[in-house]
Design a protein around this ligand. Structure first.
Ligand code: GCB
Length: 625
């Protein structure tokens, strides 16, 4: 069906070549520090269940001039038959999912047309880019009756150059957002979270000079620790004497691409100048006596990059992360990731996608209260504010793309889509010191096609970013009744032995934790990426009674004892910080469309299990810090 739809789409628009297809590495980074005009706020919207704005009654795609991208107004000339009018259409807020803004859209899956009119005054010599933080899932964007392009994937940013499309005076921006699910998509048709639709993150216009800084990277060079103790000591002394090597690159975009680039870190007295090549690529490296970023001391430096008429500032931290045998080292010091999983949902009752600094502070404040130093941002890239706030607060991050459960492993378009989401995620966040792990998938079934697909993604992540660890949330396997391991062949490829376990919830009852024994052939840091069980806050009963706070508390107590016997355990992220909406949860009076595995309810009420993790993490904190 999807193939037919795309074919029709192409047929209708073949004469309107896209100004810019989203391409790998294409998006502009660090938008927060650029010169922008926000288009967030009220947008007029039309709910188009039958795709009327796009297809005619024979099921054929309409020519562009008959689609809603034309932004016609019936009321402007009532002698013409135009059966829509954005000016009088209901409002949805951007950013924001549509499901929690209007009761009639609670379960809506389909197309909604968004229209924003805005006034514009052009400045000579400038370039303009229309930027979307994210829209779920397929977005087609038109500006002033011209198609700009299409973006697929609900959680990563995209932009289009609109220098020649913006008009002096009134402009019409129309976006068709469709969140229907399909088997070949990433994620596919079934997943355990709400399929929030809409333009869920900020939209803005970025203004740049003719040649501008599109992207850059700064990080500590990864240096192998010499195995010989004498050489290791010398390396340490050299660091004290000369500092560490910071390396990176800047990528310019524009006709004057081969110009000088200056990188400054005033606090370190760094001022480096390099000249970009004809493609605008300017690599550099220098030594600096740099203080390192860590959860205990989340040091960030003001960095300024300038070239010609453009300059971008950022706050950047420096650190190293490595796996040595079955141990994890941050800045050469052994760590334990005291984590928790989080979905991108608002912290309090209305739910819906979160995007604000305030939401990030509340959610991450709870992580701190738990004595945590780590979050697994499941199961897709969260908003940039969340990552940056975690970085400021000293919280390490596992960042993931939604390759979840059953993916169409043999479909090349599905692979291209997954890789594009990975590339957009790494491109946006590669300068964030707190991200230590890129994850390429969650709970995917063993098989050759899957192994090939995921191995390619892992290679891509390593190629784009050799400074971080790459992993996947795998699954456990029983060797015999009570002996458990993870024998996923992917374990050879990833940097961590990470898996979801759920002993005592999907797998037996909590007492089973006392019986199972964990063994691992491969010596890699063991990371429990999910475990836990459900409880409705305020529902009390016996420790054996499911969905009571006592049962969840008991399960966590048993899990913690089990963990203390696991060799090579380097981190845990219980599922999950807060109850979250899911259409897969049917128990009336208990679940009511919520997955109840949160340590905290959707209203911010802490359940008894919260205290179990808090106490265990407090002990670990003392042990490791
Ligand atoms: C899992 C999934 C997660 C689900 C969770 C559950 O293994 O990774 O997305 O929400 O289990 O609660 O069943």
């Amino acid at each position: 069906m999807k193939k037919i739809v795309s074919a029709l789409f192409l047929l209708a628009f073949q004469t309107f070549a896209f100004a810019q297809e989203p391409a790998p590495y294409a998006q502009i980074t660090n938008v927060l520090s650029r010169n922008t005009v926000s288009l967030s706020g009220d947008w007029n919207t039309l709910v188009d269940l039958y795709e009327e704005g796009f297809y005619n009654y024979r099921g054929k795609a309409k020519p562009l001039d008959q689609t809603m991208f034309m932004d016609q107004s019936f009321f402007a000339d009532e002698t013409r038959l135009v059966e829509y009018d954005f000016d009088h259409a209901p409002i949805l807020k951007v950013p924001g999912d549509w499901n929690t803004q209007r009761a009639d859209l609670y379960r809506y899956e389909g197309t909604i047309w968004y229209r924003k009119s805005f006034d514009w005054t052009r400045k000579e010599g400038k370039r303009y880019f229309l930027y979307f933080g994210a829209a779920n899932y397929t977005s087609i964007v038109g500006l002033n009756r011209q198609l700009l392009g299409k973006h697929v994937g609900g959680f990563t940013p995209f932009d289009f150059e609109v220098t020649d499309v913006l008009k002096e005076g009134k402009n019409s921006l129309v976006v068709k957002v469709d969140n229907r699910r399909h088997t070949q998509d990433v994620p596919t048709t079934t997943f355990d979270w709400w399929n929030y639709g809409g333009i869920t993150r900020d939209v803005c216009i970025i203004e740049t000079p003719a040649t501008f800084i599109r992207d850059y990277s700064l990080s500590l060079r990864k240096e192998a620790v010499p195995s010989d103790p004498k050489a290791a000591k010398k390396a340490e002394r050299d660091v004290l004497k000369y500092g560490r090597t910071i390396e990176g690159w800047v990528r310019l975009d524009g006709a004057q691409a081969s110009q000088t680039v200056t990188v400054e870190i005033p606090e370190l007295n760094v001022r480096q100048q390099v000249t970009a090549n004809a493609e605008g690529y300017a690599p550099f490296s220098f030594k600096a006596k740099v203080g390192l970023w860590s959860p205990e001391s989340p040091k960030l430096y003001d960095v300024r990059i300038s070239s010609g008429d453009d300059s971008v500032s950022d706050r950047i931290g420096f650190r190293t992360i490595e796996a040595r045998g079955n141990e994890l080292y941050l800045n050469g010091k052994k760590i334990f990731c005291r984590g928790v999983c989080i979905h991108e949902e608002k912290p309090y009752d209305a739910g819906g996608r979160s995007f604000s600094k305030e939401d990030a502070r509340t959610l991450l404040g709870w992580v701190k209260e738990l004595n945590g130093n780590f979050v697994r941002l499941a199961h897709y890239p969260h908003n940039e504010t969340m990552i940056r706030t975690a970085e400021e607060m000293g919280i390490m991050v596992w960042s993931e793309i939604p390759v979840y459960w059953h993916i169409d492993w043999t479909n090349p378009e599905t692979y291209a889509n997954a890789e594009n989401q990975l590339v957009e995620n790494i491109t946006r966040d590669r300068n964030r010191a707190n991200i230590i792990i890129w994850s390429v998938s969650n709970e995917t079934p063993l098989g050759d096609a899957r192994l090939k697909f995921l191995s390619k993604l892992i290679d891509k992540a390593h190629e784009m970013d050799p400074t971080r660890l790459v992993s996947s949330a795998m699954e456990k396997t029983y060797i015999d009744r009570n002996t458990v391991t993870c024998n996923d062949p992917l374990a050879e490829k990833v940097d961590l032995m990470s898996f979801n376990e759920y002993v005592g919830w999907y797998d037996g009852d909590a007492d089973k934790c006392d019986r199972v024994k964990w063994v691992f052939d491969i010596k890699k840091p063991v990371f429990i990426s999910e475990f836990g069980g459900g409880a409705l806050a305020g529902r009390h009963g016996d420790v054996k009674q499911r969905f009571t706070e006592e049962n969840q508390e008991y399960l966590f107590q048993k899990q913690v004892v089990m963990f203390s016997k696991m060799e090579g355990l380097a981190g845990t992220t219980p599922w999950i910080l807060k109850d979250f909406r899911s259409p897969k949860r049917f128990l009336t009076g208990i679940q009511d469309d919520y997955n109840r595995k949160g340590l905290i309810s959707e209203n911010g009420q802490k359940k008894k299990a919260f205290a179990v993790m808090q106490k265990w993490y407090e002990q670990l904190k003392k042990e490791y810090e």
